[in-house]
Ligand binder design. Structure first.
Ligand code: FEO
Length: 399
């Protein structure tokens, strides 16, 4: 299905990875793509490559348009190996004497990955490269999401080659935003933001400000994963503005695991209490919801309510896994509460509270809600009321 002409003399020569299902702990049920872009002008430039195992497909795609040795410049926007794994094969075919454009950190990081003495050209922020009719500007995007990250802007067509930013893990025969349902596309984008970009929300704000200050406008945003934004690039720019703010809707996510269904009963009753106050809530069992889907819901929630039974003086392994994953992504500005059933030692609540407080959640209380063994009517009522308390705190936080 590649190469695909995305603009006059610009091609997506990347590949679809239909089968990838796990990306650093993030579930990718619809696979992903590694987009790479070939610009044909007086000079020919290739922007980014693909995972190593797809290098031959990339070479075949490029060869359909131009012999590889005709490429004048190779540009690496990002060192991570889903975009640079194909570089050794590409540089071998293009010629190792050809300039390899990257950021200064890209130079350092590529050298540590590939140990090759390529002809690096480490660019200054804002440096330009003239291809003929088209002119490229390199924009440093440090920590969005690696120290080496940069974006490449093509002035004539107002096309942003945005590396990982604005992408989605989605493989399909569609290539553009006008070929796919917008809600579905935004869902893929939101999951991607929640699980890859969230930690770097501050850098997103900085990038959006830079774009605004420079007066840049985009006819097309071409990420290295998934669908290209050509009809409504403003949709994803607005979404990134919102998601990086951070956004807090009138919504709680109730995450839990359960041993003998007492904690799941508590979760559902707490949700009922939350909903009774007009706040959206959803119980999400960690056995049936992937951690990355839960993070997608946490992204725009006002509160995270997390429950675990006590198991061997600790929390459940799935709960621990989720806490570790979420800690790395650092959601901001959210309320949290904890709950769980226990037998003879209610240690799980104390651990949950301590973990959540260390992540700077605003705790509803220091005690959480714990119930010994199986909740009776009184216990169920406490859960419902606890949900109401959480809902009221959410409403107050949004005033
Ligand atoms: Fe798609 Fe940071 O690599």
């Amino acid at each position: 299905m590649r190469p695909i002409q995305i603009a006059k003399n610009i091609y997506d020569v990347g590949v679809n990875d239909w089968n990838v299902r796990d990306f650093h702990g993030y579930s990718t049920p619809t696979g992903s793509t590694y987009n790479a872009f070939l610009i044909i002008d007086d000079k020919i430039a290739l922007i980014d490559t693909v995972k190593k195992e797809f290098a031959n497909q990339l070479i075949n795609n490029i060869s359909e348009i131009v012999p590889l040795e005709k490429i004048d410049y190779v540009i690496s926007n990002h060192t991570e190996m889903d975009h640079s794994g194909g570089l050794p094969a590409i540089m071998h075919r293009v010629g190792i004497e050809k300039p390899l454009y990257c950021s200064k950190m890209g130079h350092k990081n590529l050298a540590m990955h590939y140990r090759n003495n390529w002809n690096y050209h480490a660019v200054e922020n804002g440096e330009e490269l003239n291809l003929g009719e088209r002119q490229l500007t390199f924009l440093e995007a440090r920590m969005l999401h690696w120290p080496d990250s940069m974006l490449t802007y093509e002035k004539k067509g107002k096309i942003l080659f945005s590396s990982d930013a604005f992408g989605q893990h989605y493989a399909g025969y569609e290539k553009f935003d006008d070929q796919i349902d917008t809600d579905a596309l935004l869902h893929y984008s939101k999951k991607y933001f929640a699980n890859i970009i969230l930690l770097y929300a501050g850098q997103v704000q900085k990038l959006l400000k830079t774009v605004n200050d420079m007066g840049l406008t985009f006819n097309m945003i071409c990420p290295d994963h998934g669908i290209i934004w050509r009809k409504r690039p403003d949709v994803i720019l607005d979404a990134y503005e919102k998601w990086s703010s951070p956004i807090c809707l009138k919504k709680a996510v109730v995450v839990y695991d359960t041993m003998w269904q007492s904690t799941s009963t508590m979760a559902e009753k707490i949700c009922e209490g939350i909903v009774s106050e007009g706040v959206n809530a959803r119980p999400m069992n960690l056995r049936t919801n992937h951690r990355s889907d839960i993070m997608t819901e946490v992204l725009d929630a006002s509160a995270l309510v997390i429950g675990s039974p006590t198991l061997n003086n600790n929390v459940y392994p799935t709960v621990s896994d989720f806490l570790t994953y979420m800690k790395g992504l650092r959601p901001q500005n959210k309320i949290a509460a904890s709950f769980g059933s226990y037998g003879w030692n209610g240690a799980s609540i104390k651990i949950l509270n301590s973990e959540l407080a260390s992540m700077k959640f605003n705790m509803i209380d220091e005690t959480g809600l714990k119930i010994q063994y199986v909740p009776d009517d009184k216990g169920l009522n406490s859960c419902f009321e606890y949900g109401q308390t959480i809902a009221k705190a959410i409403c107050q936080s949004l005033q």
